[in-house]
Design a protein around this ligand. Sequence first.
Ligand code: HEC
Length: 260
Amino acid sequence: MNQTQNDATTSALLLFVLLFAATGVMVFALGPGTVRLPEPIDPALAQTGRWLWTDFRTPVEAYPPVQIWMDVSEGGVVNGLFSIYPNYPEIPAAALTLIQQNGCNVNFKSLGEATTDSPISGRFIAPTEARIHIDVSECAVKYYGNISLQESLQGDFVVKYNDAMTQSLLNPEPPTPLERGQNVFSLYCSGCHGTFAEGAPGIPSLHTDQVRNYTDYQILTIVRNGVINTVMPAWGSVLSEEDIAGVLELVRHIDEVLGE
Ligand code: HEC
């Protein structure tokens, strides 16, 4: 081997070592398994309206149901709510019922960098998309107070602007009588008569000829006054006239709406 060849070999080797070292440093700098979040955008560019989550990732295998939404107003101002529906024996029964109705909640008023005392952090990454990280070990139950979760929950939400929801919040359509009736039914009646008005032991189905053959007046009277000496309550002083009219509408369309 002459001197020139020798030099070439040495520099090739040196280049290789340098390249390898550089790659090594880069791998180290990124860290193994580091997920790179997309760059944040100026929050002032965020679409105003209601945002809903579309994806949730967590390293935890089994976790209680969760949800998150937020309202974004001018300038990227945020008002959001993260809800979790824990269900374990240590939760007092009184709180459990409230959790089932309202969830156990964490309010958030901004999307910022993660800090130790903020369990919710995030960033807008596009005018209609944000990433939100949660690290929650305590949440508040409406009318009850705070509860500590058995295990804290970490995870990442993809949250996106939702146009349909925003429009319906901006211009709420008044419910039709039938829709009113359906709401009333699921709130006040389904507990006894069943989700599909199919009845239960001691409670009649509403899909019967007996009900079909009642006049409107008879149905309204049963609903307003209840049925004496039975557990069918009187609803006249509980429900508005519009709600009662809605219930009549529902009973008249019960087979279509709550088909068995
Ligand atoms: C606490 C349980 C309970 C709840 C809540 C309840 N019902 Fe009833 N309902 C009954 C029972 C029991 C009867 C049967 C009464 C009887 O023996 O005549 C009945 C009867 C009826 C009937 C007459 C059925 C028939 O075949 O004669 C209608 C209509 C009716 N309920 C509608 C409603 C509506 C609408 C609501 C909600 C606004 C409601 N009920 C809530 C228990 C309940």
